[in-house]
Ligand binder design. Sequence first.
Ligand SMILES: *Cc1c(COP(=O)(O)O)cnc(C)c1O
Length: 398
Amino acid sequence: MSEIPLSQPDITQADIDAVTEVMRSGRLSIGPRRDLFEELVAERCQRHEAVAVSSGTAGLHLLMIALGIGPGDEVITTPFSFIASANCILMVGATPVFVDIDPQSLNLDPAKLEAAITPKTKAIVAVEVFGNTRHMDQIEKIARNHEIPLIEDACEALGATCRNRPAGSFGRASVFGFYPNKQITTGEGGMIVTDDSYLADACRAMRNQGRPESGPQAASPPATSTVPGDACGSWLAHDRLGYNYRLSEIASALGVSQMRRLDSFLEKRTAVANQYIQRLKDWDDLMLPNVNPGEGDCTSWFVFVVRLSPSYGATERDRIISGLRRHEVGASNYFPCIHLQPFYRQTFGFKRGDFPIAESISDRTIALPFYNNLDDTQIELVCHTLKVMLQREQLLKR
Ligand SMILES: *Cc1c(COP(=O)(O)O)cnc(C)c1O
């Protein structure tokens, strides 16, 4: 029996050809593939601007800086997410303010969000956890009413919709990530999308050491440069502190090739999720993810995460995950609560009990193998192994 991994990218000959072509072209960074990749993603989420970056985390970091967020500022976010959605707040020295989640959608609870807003709140980072867009429209409305910029962390939600609007179209700006377990991959990579051209230009400059890449400054460098020996005009004029968060042409070519197949990826993923749901729906010990989305909502399946019933705790859950792995079935505890991570506990004094809904759910989740080409036999094997592990827990309880 061979291993069934937790996730696996879908790489075809077309992807390999696209990458090979770049290698032969001699142009390996800052070129036409990046521009095309940006266009495709912007078009998909109905935004005017897209800025390709080296990771989703880099995109979130740049947005925090571009919004002028720093020490003394508060940024509201969810404790139930991949840690990058909160780390970006710490990167600029601001204070993360966590708000507990809705137990069905697993996203920020809009009802609790409003109460957490203070005069120090400078942004909201809302995540579409596991590709579920639920509440993003309500969160956008709250942010707008309070005139607080909303950053949509859509890193898990490429291709999803919320009230018939695409993920990536909410708030002031949105971010996607292209790590190999995401809906599409560039190996490592990310994309900022926005309708705010000022914000986009600031991010473009900061991904490239702080030099203006487009817009009026780049088009017409100052007649007399203030940079000594700046014979190249704006190319070496660094207006602000920047980073190297560029996305290579190699990665961008893979991104273009993958974007062209996004719809077929989404279909395959939906079929896999439906297979799991069919097989697991009558199991008393399990709660399945979001099977009843609202009107105009469409989940983009990122992972398939089941939840054990409240009679289980973290110890049993961890034992089940170990059991699955021992039988060569990939499994993981998506997500451990961010506020309970050692670094967050030490720095901010968070403790168990601070966000009870996120904690209770986080203790009982199991991510099962999930990827485009997971076939029915493998799904059957995963479900069978999970059943054995659950029966084992029942016996241990007696
Ligand atoms: C994947 C992901 C990111 C970005 O991750 P990178 O590995 O930096 O591309 C950010 N937020 C969430 C919620 C994610 O799942």
